[in-house]
Write a protein that binds this ligand. Structure first.
Ligand code: SF4
Length: 335
């Protein structure tokens, strides 16, 4: 199912403190918290503009929605509710912290037509959560996920790759935990170190040594391929490119086409795992959305195989679905 949002940002609303990596004002490009009138205006504007309202959700992002003072939280939901259901928008999506979920708040969310809850899990390693000042444990993610499921909401998890103190083993642990929880959706955010954050200080002092870019792309590609195979929908890889993020970027894994880089690596991994032994020329047929991912950014996949003595030919094939490819006669699905 395709997915579109009317994104309403509540930068840092409800957050008990600021996590090491976070600057929602820069990431969302918004500095002011919205009021009911802003929510109503955004919904009214989208009402006629979106082509399929039943495929669109009103989404409150950028803060800890369920930790917002109750009166303000319900004011926002009250303003969104009349636009949901029937011929209106599909539902309301919110993002929040795992330690801010309990039965009481889930009852409230349900009564206002909230359909999907995304949890900022970030890492499933307690060591990494502590080092990045998250203020909750991995156990809180398991518990909140279970409760969200019990109440029948769509569950999303957001994870970050390459956080301070995270090693390959921690990344692996996080990926496996996501597979175990099996949320409906996932967002993968390789770390962008933004000026003014604790991470920027740690990076400048030399305390935070970043993984190299290629390693992070490889971790994300493997995780995304496994999530896709497990039926977990990948909603996003990498931050949206924006002037604000670009201007405050100190270091990290930020690229305007990060999702495409990750997809290219996943295709490369798939070819390596499935190419016939000893072949010198390999023809890979791909659906129409896979051509550039298969070739790789600046044709890097072609170059990669060329260096190993294999000529890679990518052929667009209209008999394949848009994200399918065939290697040695076998059909594969990509995210
Ligand atoms: S990561 Fe989430 S909880 Fe932490 S400061 Fe950012 S929005 Fe708030």
């Amino acid at each position: 199912m395709s997915h579109s949002n009317i994104a309403i940002f509540v930068p840092h609303a409800g957050c008990p403190h600021c996590c090491s990596f976070c600057d929602q004002r820069t990431i969302t490009g918004k500095t002011q918290a919205p009021h009911a009138a802003d929510v109503k205006a955004a919904c009214e504007q989208a009402w006629d503009e979106v082509s399929d309202r039943t495929d669109t959700e009103i989404a409150f992002f950028g803060g800890s929605f369920t930790a917002i003072p109750r009166d303000y939280m319900t004011e926002l939901l009250e303003a969104a509710k009349p636009f949901v259901g029937g011929s209106g928008f599909r539902g309301i999506r919110i993002s929040t912290r795992p330690d801010c979920i309990d039965r009481e708040v889930l009852e409230i969310l349900r009564s206002y037509g909230v359909t999907a809850i995304e949890l900022g899990a970030q890492s499933m390693s307690d060591k990494v959560l502590k080092a990045n000042e998250r203020g909750h444990s991995a156990a809180a993610v398991y518990e909140a996920s279970q409760l969200i499921r019990e109440y029948g909401f769509e569950l999303g998890l957001q994870i970050m790759t390459g956080l301070y103190a995270s090693e390959i083993g921690d990344e692996r642990l996080t990926c496996q935990a996501v597979l175990d929880i099996k949320p409906d959706t996932v967002r993968i955010y390789p770390v962008s170190v933004l000026d003014g954050t604790k991470l920027a200080e740690l990076y400048r002092s030399g305390e935070y040594k970043l993984m190299d870019f290629d390693t992070v792309i490889s971790i994300c590609a493997k995780a995304a391929a496994e999530f896709h195979k497990a039926g977990i929908r990948i909603l996003r890889i990498g931050l949206h490119a924006s002037e604000e993020v670009g201007s405050k970027l100190v270091a990290g894994f930020y690229h305007p086409a990060l999702g495409e880089l990750v997809r290219s690596r996943a295709v490369r991994d798939l070819i390596v795992q499935n190419m016939p032994d000893g072949c010198e020329t390999l023809e890979v047929h791909v659906g129409k959305s896979m051509v550039s991912a298969a070739l790789g950014h600046k044709k890097c996949n072609k170059e990669y195989f060329g260096k190993r003595g294999v000529t890679l030919d990518i052929v667009q094939d209209s008999t394949l679905e848009s994200r399918q490819l065939t290697i040695g006669g076998k059909v594969f699905d990509c995210f």
